[in-house]
Write a protein that binds this ligand. Structure first.
Ligand code: AMP
Length: 627
């Protein structure tokens, strides 16, 4: 995620032509919409004064679609038709799901192999996560247009930093379906940094600590010359404020020495009471967990803040381990972090803030509402992209970077990286490839995303073919492959054979995506396996060279065996067999040595073939004809 500032002189319209633009934080549990009013970013509340819209959609019996708090009420009694946490399913296939929250729904998949984008079976039919998200976005759009009194010009929508191509595309599709003009998809930690005005600084390194209701993310961003780069990221998609509620609920349950398991309604009552107590403990030194079980029967227990800290310390420690891991990954010490930004309601807990302060030696930035900071940053960005004049009159655009490298598979199952990770976008890069075999008229192109050296370790994004290459000797064709990534991180690839002008193109729209954890672990494994990867690359390269030489010498023997005596032919044949056998093994040094040996042994033979070819070319010609 990078912020790149481009001055746009003369682009800002006059104040009376101000366009209505919003920032939308499309969250797992809650979503928000914000805009700039009177030069200040602010979240827009609903008619009851609530800014947060629960990210819940119910496909009701009467054919109605209910969104937000009203839908959330039916999570218990109409579970299959009430969709929550749909963000976890965006751009995913059934085969990708490992999430227990998935167990609550019935899924279908269009392709039948579990690999296409999944759909959720409801009484109103099979609904895609894109459609569910679009209902949330429609509700926010309606709220914004009613509040602002006009049609929206456009919106910036935030996504987790490591959402991959498929997840970003799904988010953009949802917005388009909701009738929103997407000005830009913006990474969530980048948005938080923008809300605090960190993009206005000359440079710095910032840690964004995001503890929401059910998810935890930490990212380290470095700002240099106007570009924010992601140095490291970590997180836990199943750790959040809800887990803190659970430790308090367990404490109450144990204190009351309840002997029977609670009914779902009893459990919901206890969780709500625990959550209320937790939130009280952020400002008070003690709170009461009080549950009314009905029929005049209730229970209560007092909890001190000290007790709560003791009970929940293991959860805080878990987040701190992730923080330390990102510091290690980024090769930074805590004192090299210039600022810590808090995101997510659960960062209001004082012991979370104190723990961060003790690691970094300075208080985290906490002047903004942590629930709203991402939406506010997105609103600032939306205002600029809409061409509205900002307070300081300095209009600039922010550009992101791509989270994982994009490349092509080459011979031997290797990956040639074409757009490296963290490249600022939009970006277009081209590279030339050539044919491997004589007379090759088609070429299969395989587009990959990931940091590893081998294609099999990266994510396959798309395959396409370039056909109609004129037959040429191996290595003579010039195939120019261009990767273009637009401002939202979406990729299109084109291949052009430059001597003939034959073209093939594909817009990469993968059918499923990667989770943030998966991307983090792919990066992790890329770092961890750098040396194994180098060996794998060396082996694959050695095999490619060996195979090419074996093919060439075998072909030469078939054509010109007569130029060799029996001993010479037998020696070459046995060296070919030996090299073929080695190439099936994994000792790349032995393959390289045997390739060099065969190369040397066949040099004389190659010379004789050359003489023969020259003699044939010269036969019957006079000197005049040759010179
Ligand atoms: P979010 O997903 O950002 O809306 O985060 C919601 C989480 O923040 C829930 O677990 C809330 O209980 C928690 N939260 C909200 N306010 C407070 C507070 N004052 N103290 C502690 N946790 C809070």
């Amino acid at each position: 995620m990078a912020l790149f500032q481009i001055s746009e002189p003369g682009e800002s319209p006059e104040p009376h032509t101000r366009r209505l633009a919003v920032g939308i934080d499309l969250g797992t549990t809650n979503s928000l919409v914000a805009t700039i009013r009177n030069a200040v970013p602010e979240c827009l509340p609903d008619s009851d004064g609530r800014a947060m819209l629960p990210s819940a959609v119910q496909y009701a019996e009467d054919g109605e679609i209910v969104v937000g708090g009203a839908a959330l009420k039916h999570r218990g009694d109409d579970a299959l038709n009430t969709i929550t946490s749909v963000k976890r399913f965006m751009g995913r296939s059934v085969a990708d799901l490992r999430d227990e929250s998935a167990a609550r729904y019935q899924f279908t998949t269009p392709s039948g192999d579990g690999k296409g984008q999944l759909k959720i079976t409801t009484r109103q039919g099979a609904i895609s996560p894109i459609e569910v998200s679009s209902e949330i976005l429609k509700a926010l759009k309606r709220r914004a247009e009613e509040t602002l009194g006009g049609e929206l010009y456009g919106a910036v929508i935030t996504v987790p930093a490591y959402f991959d191509d498929a997840q970003r595309q799904a988010t953009k599709d949802a917005a388009q379906l909701a009738g929103l003009n997407v000005l830009r998809l913006l990474n969530e930690p980048t948005a938080a940094a923008v809300a605090y005005g960190l993009d206005q600084k000359a440079e710095g390194t910032f840690l964004i600590y995001d503890l929401g209701g059910g998810t935890f993310d930490v990212s380290i961003l470095r700002l240099t010359r106007g570009v924010f780069e992601v140095l490291a990221t970590a997180g836990d998609t199943h750790l959040g404020g809800d887990d803190f509620d659970a430790v308090l609920a367990k404490y109450a349950f144990d204190t009351w020495a309840l002997t029977r398991a609670l009914s779902p309604a009893g459990q919901a009552n206890l969780s709500a009471a625990a959550r209320a107590a937790k939130e009280t403990l952020s400002t008070e030194t003690s709170a009461t967990i009080k549950v009314n079980w009905g029929c005049g029967f209730d229970s209560s227990v007092d909890v001190s803040r000290e007790k709560f800290v003791e009970l929940s310390q293991p959860l805080v420690d878990k987040t701190l381990s992730a923080v330390k891991r990102t510091l290690r990954d980024a090769k930074l010490k805590a004192n090299e972090i210039d600022g810590v930004v808090l995101v997510g309601g659960a960062t209001r807990m004082p012991h979370v803030r104190a723990a961060l302060e003790s690691i970094f030696g300075k208080a985290p930035l906490a002047t903004m509402n942590p629930d709203e900071v991402v939406a506010l940053g997105a609103a600032i960005q939306a205002d600029q992209l809409a061409g509205n004049k900002t307070g300081d009159g300095d209009s600039h655009l922010l550009l992101d970077v791509i989270p994982l490298s994009l490349g092509m598979e080459t011979m031997g199952g290797l990956v040639e990286k074409i757009v490296p990770r963290n490249s600022t976008i939009p970006v277009a890069k081209a590279q030339e490839f050539t044919t491997f075999k004589d007379g090759q008229t088609a070429m299969a192109l395989h587009v990959l995303q990931g940091e590893r050296e081998l294609a099999s370790d990266c994510r396959s994004l798309a395959r396409f073919e370039l056909r109609g290459i004129p037959p040429m000797v191996a290595g003579a064709a010039r195939i120019r492959v261009t990767f273009q990534v637009d401002a939202d991180g979406l990729l299109s690839v084109a291949a052009l054979e430059t001597t003939s002008g034959v073209r093939a193109e594909v817009t990469v729209k993968p059918s499923y995506g990667l989770g943030d954890g998966e991307i983090a672990s792919m990066l992790q494994s890329a770092y961890a396996s750098a040396s194994t990867d180098m060996q794998a690359r060396a082996l694959a390269e050695a095999r490619v060279d060996a195979t090419a030489l074996v093919q060439a010498v075998t072909q030469a023997l078939a054509e010109d065996r007569a130029l060799l005596n029996d001993n010479e032919a037998a020696a070459l044949t046995s060296q070919i067999a030996f090299l073929k056998q080695l190439a099936e093994g994994s000792d790349h040094r032995a393959i390289v040595r045997a390739t060099e040996d065969l190369n040397r042994a066949s040099t004389d033979f190659a010379g004789r073939r050359m003489d023969k070819a020259v003699k044939k070319a010269l036969a019957g010609k006079t000197l005049d004809q040759i010179v």
